[in-house]
Design a protein around this ligand. Structure first.
Ligand SMILES: Nc1ncnc2c1ncn2[C@@H]1O[C@H](COP(=O)(O)OP(=O)(O)OP(=O)(O)O)[C@@H](O)[C@H]1O
Length: 664
């Protein structure tokens, strides 16, 4: 969940260095950030998209690969198509034979709204008309009679002692916070599907832990063997969860296993580990590849009772389609799986709830939305638009932005630790040097300075430029520096000697350096030989470094970008970016893969599969986003049926599938 919050165990006292202990690396290795850099991803295949004669398996992004080299990997996975006479049926010889034809009940197009609890505090102003409420399920005792404490919004805070003794050790505090207390009864006392959106740092991981506690209790009562899957978008988050939950749940005899591209070689050992574990920690891409052989692992998969999805808002991104199909697969093929999904603040969390649904009630999942008031560290956000002229290429525009950083810090920063994110190593050094020049100039002109000179710095750097910048309180950090230099920069920053570190975005996930002010200098990165924008997740990860709950009540986030992108980033930082589906981008490939898996066995089940997708939820609300039109008398169901037929036709034409007659 968190992007590697600073580990309390390794860090004591004030940021500016009364007492200081060494950096605890979030991945649990001695120094994974660097280890990952030198270990190339084993997959030799280049990324490929579109239908080109084979089906590809997308590998999860390795966020520790060198700067901007986050390339998804694919693996050949040919697939065929056969069918029956009455009802053409799809089969896939290379993948597990379908065996069972699944037929989901048709979902009515009009379903009731998800249930929202009513409650004390601030529903988001943009919450699309739905009131977010946190209704305490039990009568509230008066405040001053020794009852549970309440927070300032009047939410009754639930003590950990409400849980059975054996589970209390999982929680290292005495009282659940407002977010957790609001969800407490639903998560611990029911098996409802839940979708929760709350700001960064509001304690969402604990909700997953409470859901696990619920599952363990029920399993104990029923004497059943159960499993839970936790899914996060990055390997770093998985490693962090593995480390944290292993230490918390080991005492209960509950084993965790981490299944990601870092821990599993395809086809080797993954299921052996999963068999012996109760909590499986994985990424969407890895779970997608592992569950394509569903039939071979049916026994283990049937034990999954709980499916936890972190950062579900990444549905928005290109790789979100994998997340979408994996969740749909678990809904369709899993038996009685409970879903608990958490998200950053997004305006249309209800659409996700409709999609997840609640089989028990044929209804939507329960929604909890928590607004900015629930953010432990208030965040002031600034988006600064800079005009990009026609003649500006990426390089010249990046230089243009360099000249704006110091002024932005003069205007907004408050003398507390600053991180500046830049997309390339070269850019990192240039920005740092420009900051030094601007600082020196401002000093000469007796202007206000956003930070003061550090005291003497006695460290010697391998990289000469670091030595030149350090007296100005400026450092930089990227994968091209020696390990010694990187460690020194981290140490000096944590001690408050370096006031500003300019770094590549890998620092946002790799090494846990908290800041008060975070600047994202430019939103374009170079990836797969093209200039693209950071993913929303990348931006949120970088901004997630702003505000240090241990030391501060607030933080500052500044994004410098092209003027025409200003409103987009304003919406993003305010949690107003609507989550759309990305399934349409590679719909045919996903249909192909579900045919191989046996989830889709004929045209009818293909149509049902798509009508049960998040894409179907969004197409109806925002057809222009998907460049879709429908006929006046056509229903949306009929329109998406057309999409299915087009995809199937495409697969047929490219001979990726073939029709088979019954028994053939
Ligand atoms: N009830 C609580 N009392 C005290 N500390 C808590 C409580 N709940 C969570 N925390 C601490 O707050 C910090 C943030 O929690 P957590 O990482 O779960 O937040 P989050 O909402 O997942 O953040 P992110 O959006 O960054 O993933 C952690 O250090 C966690 O240990």
């Amino acid at each position: 969940m968190s992007y590697g919050h600073y580990q309390n165990s390794g860090y004591e006292e004030d940021y500016f260095g009364q007492e200081y202990q060494s950096v605890a690396y979030p991945n649990g290795y001695d120094d994974p950030y660097y280890a990952d850099e030198i270990e190339p991803n084993s997959s030799p295949s280049p990324p490929q998209r579109g239908i080109s004669g084979s089906m590809y398996e997308m590998e999860e992004i390795n966020e520790y690969e060198d700067d901007n080299d986050n390339v998804p990997y694919y693996e050949d996975d040919p697939i065929h198509y056969q069918s029956t006479q009455e009802q053409p049926q799809f089969t896939a010889p290379r993948l597990p034979a379908p065996g069972v034809i699944f037929s989901l009940p048709f979902l009515p197009s009009e379903r009731p709204h998800p249930i929202c609890k009513r409650g004390g505090s601030l529903p988001n102003s943009h919450s699309s008309g739905m009131e977010t409420t946190f209704e305490p399920p039990e009568p509230i005792p008066p405040l001053n009679r020794g009852s549970n404490p309440r927070n300032s919004s009047g939410i009754r805070l639930r003590p950990v002692s409400e849980l059975p003794d054996i589970y209390r050790g999982v929680f290292k505090f005495g009282v659940f916070n407002a977010v957790q207390s609001s969800c407490f009864d639903t998560v611990v006392k029911s098996d409802e599907n839940m979708v929760i959106s709350a700001p960064t740092g509001s304690g969402k991981t604990v909700l997953f832990e409470l859901a696990i506690v619920r599952m363990l209790r029920r399993a104990k009562e029923l004497g059943k063997s159960v499993k839970c899957v936790y899914m996060a978008p990055t390997k770093a988050l998985c490693s962090e969860r593995q480390r944290d939950w292993s230490s918390k749940f080991d005492a209960l005899g509950i084993r965790c296993c981490e299944l990601t591209g870092d821990t599993v070689q395809f086809g080797k050992g993954a299921w052996g580990d999963a068999k012996n574990a109760t909590i499986i920690i994985t990424t969407g891409e890895k779970w997608d590849s592992l569950t394509r052989n569903w039939g071979d692992h049916g026994q283990i998969l049937s034990q999954i009772q709980l499916f936890l999805v972190d950062e579900v808002h990444i549905l928005n991104e290109t790789r979100g389609s994998t997340l979408e199909v994996v969740i749909s697969r678990m809904k369709t093929r899993g038996s009685a799986v409970r879903f608990v999904l958490v998200s950053a603040t997004v305006p249309n969390i209800q659409d996700i709830a409709f999609w997840i649904g609640n089989k028990r009630r044929d209804d939507a999942a329960i929604v909890f939305e928590f607004g900015e008031d629930f953010r432990p560290c208030k965040l002031t956000r600034h988006v600064v638009g800079v005009p990009r002229q026609r003649g500006d290429n990426d390089f010249s525009f990046a230089r243009k932005l360099d000249f704006k950083v110091f002024a932005a810090l003069q205007a907004h920063s408050v003398g507390k630790p600053i991180l500046v994110f830049v997309s390339t190593r070269k850019g990192v050094v240039q920005t740092a040097e420009q900051l030094k020049n601007d600082y020196a100039e401002a000093e000469k002109m007796r202007q206000c300075l956003p930070w003061s000179h550090p005291k003497r710095i006695e460290h010697v750097f391998h990289e000469k430029k670091l030595g030149e910048l350090a007296p100005f309180g400026i450092g930089f950090h990227h994968a091209g520096l020696t390990i010694d230099d990187r460690r020194t920069v981290e140490d000096l920053y944590l001690k408050g000697i370096l006031r500003v570190v300019v770094a590549t975005s890998t620092l946002a996930v790799g090494v846990n350096l908290p800041a008060h002010t975070v600047v994202i200098k430019g939103v374009q990165i170079f990836q797969n030989n093209a200039s693209v924008e950071y993913s929303d997740l990348d931006v949120m990860q970088m901004l997630g470094r702003a505000g240090r709950p241990q030391f501060d009540k607030d933080g500052i986030a500044i994004i410098l970008c092209e003027t025409e992108l200003e409103s987009k980033y304003r919406e993003l930082v305010q949690g107003k970016t609507i989550v759309e589906s990305s399934l349409h981008i590679n719909l045919s490939e996903h249909i192909n893969s579900e045919i191989g898996l046996g989830t889709i066995t004929n045209i009818r089940s293909a149509k049902e599969w798509l009508r049960n997708s998040f894409l179907f939820q969004r197409i109806q609300k925002n057809p222009s986003h998907y460049a879709l039109r429908k006929g006046e008398n056509q229903s949306w169901e009929e329109r998406v049926d057309d999409m299915v037929m087009q995809s199937v036709e495409k697969l047929r034409e490219t001979k990726l599938i073939a029709e088979a007659r019954a028994g053939g």
